[in-house]
Design a protein around this ligand. Structure first.
Ligand code: HEM
Length: 293
C-alpha cells in the first residue's frame, strides 16, 4: 500500500477503524465485498476467526480510498452505497447460483493468464457482435443485467487483491458480426444500466477495456456511448478495428481471431468457466438456504 501523503494514510486508517460501525449502523450488518468479509468487529467472533482476512480487507479498503481520492466523506458514502447495493442485488447469486440465458452464457467468458503482464491476467470477454440486433436477449433488462454482473463477479474471483500485479482486470468487447447499427430501447437500457452499475459499484477494478472488430462506420457509436462514461474509465478504452491486433495487447489470447500467441486453444477452450466461490461466499449461501427453510 503506497500513500502519497500522510493525509491519505490518515483517511485510510480512519475509514478502516470505523468500518465495523459503518457496517452495523449504515449497511444493516452486510459486510461482504467481492466475496470477502469486511467486518472485523462482528459480534459473532467465530465468523471473524473463520472468514476475516485482514490483509485482503485492508487491500479492498485501500482500493476504495484510492477510487475516491482519499476524500473521507466520499469514501464513506460509497462504501455504504456499495454494500447496500450488494445486499439488495446479491451479485454473488448472479455469479455462482443463477442460471442465465444459455446464449448469453456463450458470449460472456472469463480467461485467466497467470503469467501475463501486470493486471492483464484476468480478462472478461463480451462477444456482443454475436447477438447484435437480436432484441430477445435484451428484452428482460433485469435478467441481462444480472447475467452481466454475474460475469463481472466471476472475473473478480480470479483477482488477487493483495497482489498489485493482479488486482485489476481487463475487458474485451468483440463486436464481430455487427453490421448496421440500430440499438433498440431495451438494448440501450441494458447498456446504460450496466455502465452505471460498473461505475458506481465496481470502482478501481478495470485496467483496460478493448473494443475490437468495430467497423469504421460505427466509430461514432463509440463516441456516443462514451458520453455516459466517466473520464477515468474512458482513459482505459482502446478501440481496435481489426480484432487480430488484440494479440499485441494481450499476447496470451488465442491466435485464431485475436492474433495472440496461443495457437492451440480457441477462446472457448481458454475459458475458465465458473471459479470456486470464496469460503465466505459459500458460508453466505448456506446461511441463505437455512434462512429460506
Ligand atoms: C452490437 C451492438 C452492441 C451491443 C449489444 C452492445 C452492448 C453493450 C453493453 C451491454 C455495454 C455495457 C457495458 C459492458 O457490458 O461491459 C456496452 C458498453 C459499451 N459499448 Fe457496446 N454494444 C454494441 C455496440 C457497440 C459499438 C458498435 C460500439 C463502438 C465501439 C460500442 C461501444 C461501447 C462502449 C464505449 C461502452 C462503454 C463501456 C464501459 O463503460 O465499460 N458498443 N455495450
Amino acid at each position: 500500500m503506497k500513500f502519497q501523503t500522510d493525509e491519505q494514510e490518515k483517511v485510510y486508517e480512519k475509514v478502516y477503524k470505523e468500518l465495523p460501525a459503518i457496517i452495523e449502523k449504515k449497511c444493516s450488518g452486510y459486510d461482504e465485498l467481492y466475496g470477502y468479509k469486511l467486518n472485523y468487529g462482528d459480534k459473532d467472533k467465530e465468523l471473524v476467526t473463520k472468514y476475516f482476512d485482514e490483509s485482503i480487507a485492508r487491500a479492498l479498503i485501500f482500493k476504495l480510498c484510492k477510487a475516491y481520492d482519499f476524500k473521507y466523506d466520499d469514501v464513506k458514502t460509497h462504501i455504504i452505497d456499495i454494500l447496500n447495493w450488494r445486499k439488495k442485488f446479491n451479485p454473488l447469486d448472479a455469479a455462482f447460483k443463477e442460471k442465465h440465458n444459455e446464449t448469453l452464457q456463450t458470449i460472456g467468458l472469463v480467461t485467466h493468464y497467470p503469467t501475463a503482464k501486470p493486471n492483464k491476467q484476468v480478462i472478461t470477454w463480451n462477444l456482443y457482435g454475436a447477438i447484435s440486433g437480436k432484441k430477445e436477449y435484451f428484452k428482460d433488462v433485469d435478467a441481462f443485467v444480472r447475467y452481466r454482473v454475474g460475469l463481472m463477479e466471476r472475473g473478480l474471483r480470479l483477482l488477487d487483491f493483495e497482489n498489485d500485479d493482479n488486482s485489476y482486470m481487463a475487458q474485451v468487447h468483440d463486436y464481430k458480426g455487427v453490421s448496421m447499427f440500430k440499438m433498440d430501447s431495451d438494448t440501450k437500457k441494458c447498456t446504460r444500466q450496466v455502465i452505471a452499475i460498473f461505475q458506481e459499484f465496481y470502482p478501481e477494478l478495470l485496467s483496460s477495456k478493448y473494443f475490437i472488430n468495430v467497423p469504421s462506420i460505427l466509430v461514432w457509436v463509440f463516441d456516443v456511448i462514451k458520453t455516459f462514461v466517466d473520464s477515468n474509465t474512458k482513459k482505459k478504452f482502446v478501440l481496435l478495428g481489426d480484432g487480430k491486433k488484440l494479440g499485441s495487447h494481450l499476447p496470451e489470447c488465442p491466435s485464431k481471431d485475436y492474433g495472440g500467441e496461443d495457437t492451440k486453444n480457441t477462446l472457448q477452450q481458454q475459458s475458465v468457466g465458473t471459479p470456486r466461490p470464496t469460503e465466505y461466499t459459500l458460508y453466505l449461501f448456506e446461511k441463505e438456504n437455512n434462512d429460506i427453510e
